[in-house]
Design a protein. Structure first.
Lengths: 152, 103
């Protein structure tokens, strides 16, 4: 009897082995930060994008449900009121690869984006703001999932 | 070629809220088919949004974004009649670009 967690860990291992062996499609364009998307922790993902160690901050907000009925579609929003944001990151702690999305923000848009993500199981979700002055701020929120969104 | 995106851009004051619904499988590369083989990953990697031809937002996505992805953002200074263009590229090199007018 394998738990879901073990199965997911195993398929992640297989996926990374395949990636090393070159079986998975490689990045279609150079701009896609592959190392960041393969990171297993928030610190690694931020580092792969050239940021310093993330610091928790009240000025970054993450919006989402407390309980998501369907882990395949979890609406989450990342926002900050601080000026000088370069990048917003969205991470799901217990997914096989933590990084879900990177948004490169310009001055013409507000640092406030929403999307929908998949979650394999109940987990902390993090919003990270990488500032122009090199600071990296984050906020977290726990979202409980009653039906996982990975595997099938 | 994938199905068109559904884009809605609504101006309120000097801000325009843009909502986009893309049509894409967003396969994670973690699932297995009925024969136990891994289904290869197939997902949107990069999304670009432009306001009257000027890029205002780019996003890099991983496979953990939901199927038929949704994206919402706010463009400052866009007014009714302006053009909002969205385009994406997936990891197989497929592309799609659609345009909407701010209302």
């Amino acid at each position: 009897m394998h738990t879901r967690r073990e199965m997911m860990a195993r398929s992640a291992t297989v996926a990374s082995l395949l990636a090393v062996a070159g079986y998975l499609p490689t990045a279609a364009q150079a701009a896609w930060p592959q190392a960041a998307f393969e990171a297993k922790t928030m610190a690694d993902a931020v580092k792969a994008l050239g940021g310093s160690a993330p610091v928790e901050s009240k000025d970054v907000t993450i919006t989402g449900p407390d309980i998501a009925e369907n882990g395949a579609v979890v609406p989450v929003g990342v926002a900050t009121a601080l000026p000088g944001v370069k990048r917003l990151l969205l991470l799901v702690e217990k997914n096989p690869n933590v990084l879900a999305a990177v948004f490169d923000v310009t001055d013409s848009v507000e640092a406030n984006v929403s999307t929908r993500t998949k979650m394999g199981q109940s987990s902390n979700v993090y919003a990270v703001a990488m500032m122009a002055d090199g600071k990296v701020l984050f906020a977290g929120k726990e979202i409980k999932v009653t039906l996982g969104g990975c595997g099938g | 070629m994938a199905d068109p995106m559904r884009i809605r851009a609504q101006a309120a004051g000097d801000k325009t809220t843009v909502r986009v619904l893309m049509s894409h499988e967003m396969e994670t590369g973690q699932r297995k088919d009925s024969a136990g083989k891994l289904i290869p990953a197939w997902f949107i990697q990069q999304v670009t949004a432009a306001h009257n031809g000027k890029t205002v937002l780019t996003a890099e996505w991983g496979p953990s974004i939901s199927k038929n992805p949704f994206l919402q953002f706010v463009v400052k200074g866009a007014k009714a009649g302006d053009k909002i263009t969205l385009s994406w590229v997936d990891n197989k090199g497929d592309k799609r670009s659609d345009e909407a007018t701010v209302t």
